[in-house]
Design a protein around this ligand. Structure first.
Ligand SMILES: Cc1cc2nc3c(=O)[nH]c(=O)nc-3n(C[C@H](O)[C@H](O)[C@H](O)COP(=O)(O)OP(=O)(O)OC[C@H]3O[C@@H](n4cnc5c(N)ncnc54)[C@H](O)[C@@H]3O)c2cc1C
Length: 378
């Protein structure tokens, strides 16, 4: 990567594309634009991946839950992208086994899951799922609740280090001729004589100096901040900000070698516990986020209680309490708001909007970042 000073010296050049936001979406656009031979500059207000892209669930997944909700197109895209990432980023994106236990009392659950997993495999063009009986499943995960356990399904998805994935995509973009500058906050849009967006005013947060940078097109990939950037064109807000939080447990206190998904007893939402680095993560929640955006998002007490209640029921023998939690982290999903009461039912598809010559790309997932980039550039 070029040093900041070298990138700042290049700001006066005429760019084809300026990308606002250095999360996975912006990184994907930088990489794809540079690959297409465009002169592309990415600007990030803090450090790369500071936003949601370092606070995700770290899964590169097809989204089995979306299939359950009838969002088959989202699952199809995600499964295809997962397979591509497993090939292109082998080592950084690695396969992870997922287990879903089945309990007595849910008559249709085994059949529905079997159909869902068969479809999931079909989309990936490979058979990965299999069924375990109760004994085998409790040997695989001894801490699982045993009463009423019928067995469960195993299937294959993948996990990654989200922040490293962002850095890697940015490095690829830079190696292909693009440029990326962190601690560079876009504060306004420039207009040409016809009133169309033709660049940005950017503040170097380190020196406080403001500069004007011109481009053929500005792409707004500002994640949860998307509506703020859009508001500079007079566009009304369209995104619903949903916070998702995770609990972090030390591995010795919550040992797991595969991810385990279970329905939360309170509302039936799918919650995961999974191994990551040297810890076990449990998440996630899905609640409206009304905290100021420039403050670190934080888990509320009720989110913490919700997750602890879920793992208490799913892994009772571990007797995990708030005392065992090493840490928590929260991120904000930029989801296109459709006004549904239950945040978890809001569609997770991405959108591309063009307003006054500025292209906005928002929504989607870490997993589908290449697809978002291609759609925004097309
Ligand atoms: C709890 C949680 C769990 C998730 N789990 C998964 C998962 O397991 N798998 C998956 O595929 N997806 C997951 N997602 C979704 C995924 O994390 C997001 O879709 C993705 O990270 C969004 O990336 P982004 O680049 O659009 O936004 P961000 O990563 O937030 O990037 C936007 C960037 O824009 C910058 N910015 C804003 N305004 C300006 C400005 N004026 N000037 C310069 N820069 C600016 C911000 O600082 C920020 O870094 C999860 C999301 C959450 C919240």
């Amino acid at each position: 990567m070029l040093a900041r000073g070298q990138v700042i010296n290049r700001l006066e050049e005429q760019w084809d594309v300026i990308v606002v936001g250095g999360g996975i979406t912006g990184a994907g656009v930088l990489r794809e634009a540079s690959r297409r031979g465009m002169r592309c500059l990415l600007l990030e207000q803090r450090d790369f991946a500071w936003g949601t892209s370092s606070r995700s669930g770290k899964m590169v997944h097809g989204g089995l839950r979306y299939l359950r909700q009838g969002q088959a197109k989202t699952t199809w895209h995600s499964v295809r992208e997962r397979e591509r990432l497993l090939r292109e980023y082998a080592g950084l994106v690695e396969p992870l086994g997922f287990l879903v236990p089945l309990y007595a009392g849910k008559r249709w659950e085994p059949l529905l899951l079997k159909v869902g997993l068969s479809l999931y495999d079909l989309m990936a063009l490979r058979r990965s799922h299999r069924r375990y009986n109760a004994l085998d499943l409790s040997l695989l995960v001894p801490s699982l609740r045993r009463d009423g356990l019928l067995g469960g399904f195993w299937y294959r998805d993948a996990r990654t280090d989200d922040a490293r994935l962002v850095l890697w995509a940015i490095k690829e973009g830079v190696a292909l001729g693009g440029a990326a500058l962190n601690y560079a906050r876009v504060e306004a849009l420039l207009r040409d004589r016809r009133g169309r967006v033709c660049g940005v005013a950017v503040r170097d947060v380190v020196t406080g100096r403001t500069m004007e940078v011109e481009a053929q097109v500005v792409i707004n990939a500002a994640g949860a901040w998307t509506d703020r950037v859009r508001s500079w064109t007079g566009a009304p807000p369209r995104l619903r900000r949903l916070r998702g939080s995770h609990l972090v447990f030390p591995r010795w206190r919550f040992p797991l070698f595969q991810a385990v998904g279970f329905s939360h007893p309170r509302d039936g939402r799918l919650v995961y516990a999974f191994p990551w680095e040297q810890v076990t993560l449990v998440g996630t929640t899905d609640v409206d986020h009304d905290q100021p955006l420039d403050r670190e998002p934080r888990m509320s007490q009720s989110e913490g209680e919700y997750l602890l209640e879920g793992i208490g029921k799913a892994f009772p023998s571990l007797e995990l309490t708030a005392e065992d939690v090493m840490s928590t982290f929260s991120g904000v999903r930029p989801v296109v708001g459709t006004g549904r009461r239950d945040p978890s039912r809001e569609p997770r598809d991405h959108v591309v909007w063009a307003e006054d010559g500025m292209v906005t790309v928002a929504g989607g997932k870490l997993t589908t970042f290449s697809l978002l980039a291609r759609d925004a550039l097309n």
